[in-house]
Design a protein around this ligand. Structure first.
Ligand code: UDP
Length: 245
């Protein structure tokens, strides 16, 4: 698969339609496939966290989540086809899966959030097979029971909403134990599905300003989001120095 490296993090050059097809293909293979959604924030995290960078180099699919990643690809004249946000990919996949016999498990977010997310998904797609769900505030001891529950219910697809980098590290650590075919980190997606957090309106997304909307909604995240201008600066600097990523 064609990929682009941004500061040591591989990003696959896929469209939304292609990404959904790839996920469908994973269901036919009898092993776990890890899907991540690197955006500028995640790539900057990986610069300071070698373990995280290594994990992102071992995932099966990294979709270009975020306009920062698409911007960087253009600066380096290696344009990515389009932005594939993790939330959108999850929803596209779930829409397809609701007509098929695909079993889904939701892990992460607060107890009332994950419960509401699963009921909202069931209302949206009554034939969707959500075989189980569990909140994301558990300790190491409870972890074994959760993994057992996921396997016992024969989930094929596991959406993990523990935030980055926790979710990717958790999936990676447990990849031998999990019997699912797809494990995908989906960040704050359950909060959006549960109606607790709002997705940026279309206009913000079209302009590549989803981060700005998020900053207005959740100003306390500004510290974490300071990774975005740092990322843009790093991209432009390496262009000026004619380095590749
Ligand atoms: N979360 C969780 N367990 C934790 C920490 C976080 O389940 O120990 C959940 C949190 O409730 C939220 C999601 O992980 O639903 C993180 O959302 P965020 O918007 O921070 O995701 P990111 O920006 O990292 O993709």
């Amino acid at each position: 698969m064609d990929k682009l490296y941004i500061f040591g993090v591989p990003i696959h050059r896929v469209t939304m339609i292609e990404a959904v097809e790839i996920l469908k293909g994973y269901l036919k293979e009898d092993r776990i496939h890890i899907v991540a959604t690197p955006n500028a924030e995640i790539i900057m995290m990986a610069q300071k966290d070698e373990e995280y960078k290594k994990i992102l180099n071992e995932t099966d699919l990294n979709v270009p989540d975020g306009s920062g990643v698409v911007f960087a690809s253009k600066v380096f004249n290696k344009p990515l086809k389009e932005r594939v946000a993790g939330f959108d990919l999850m929803m596209e996949f779930v829409k397809w899966a609701s007509h098929k016999d695909v079993s889904i498990y939701l892990l992460g977010a607060k107890p009332e959030v994950v419960e509401k997310a699963q009921s909202n998904l069931k209302n949206l797609y009554p034939s969707l097979k959500i075989v189980g769900f569990h909140h994301g505030y558990f300790n190491e001891k409870e972890e074994e029971n959760i993994i057992e529950d996921i396997n016992k219910r024969a989930a094929q697809v596991l959406f993990v909403a523990l935030g980055a980098p926790k979710q990717e590290k958790w999936i990676y650590k447990n990849k031998e134990k999990l019997k699912v075919k797809i494990a995908m980190g989906v960040g704050g997606s359950f909060d959006v599905i549960a109606g607790k957090a709002k997705r940026a309106p279309e206009i913000y997304r079209k302009l590549g300003l989803e981060w700005l909307y998020r900053l207005i909604q959740e100003p306390w995240r500004y510290k974490r989001m300071s990774a975005l201008p740092k990322f843009a600066f790093k991209v432009l600097l390496s262009k000026l120095r004619k380095n590749n990523f």
